[in-house]
Every structure is written in structure tokens, then in C-alpha cells.
Ligand binder design. Structure first.
Ligand SMILES: [Zn+2]
Length: 70
């Protein structure tokens, strides 16, 4: 089974390297791509399109505009 895991990791690394190469060649994609732990969502509370950040617990996203959890 360890072999299977290693194989998956190899394939993942290959995809990642290919992606990074493409990124270097074509430049950065649109700026709206949020960083890990962040999502652009429409808040159900304040209705704004805002960046939601993942709480340290990793369960809730919090609206950066009003602090509502979603
Ligand atoms: Zn909000």
C-alpha cells in the first residue's frame, strides 16, 4: 500500500510542477484568486461580496465585512 501512496504523491508532484511551469510562462491568473484559507463569497448576512477567512478551527468562514460566520 505504501507504494500506492508514493505513486499518488509522484503524480501530484508532477501535476503541481506542470501547473507552476504554466504559471511562470503565462504569468499570474486573475487577481481574484483568493489565497488558501480565504474565499470570496456573498455574505448571507450583510449581502456584500466579501473575503471570508477560515477560522483557526477550520470549520467556519467569517465575513470580513460584518464578522458573520457562514
Ligand atoms: Zn457579512
Amino acid at each position: 500500500m505504501a507504494q500506492t501512496v508514493q505513486r499518488v504523491e509522484d503524480e501530484y508532484g508532477l501535476v503541481l510542477r506542470r501547473y507552476l511551469r504554466a504559471l511562470a510562462r503565462e504569468g499570474r491568473p486573475q487577481r481574484m484568486v483568493p489565497s488558501p484559507g480565504h474565499q470570496i463569497r456573498t455574505c448571507p448576512e450583510c449581502g456584500r461580496r466579501a473575503a471570508f477567512s477560515l477560522e483557526p478551527e477550520g470549520i467556519w468562514f467569517r465575513c470580513s465585512a460584518c464578522g458573520h460566520y457562514a
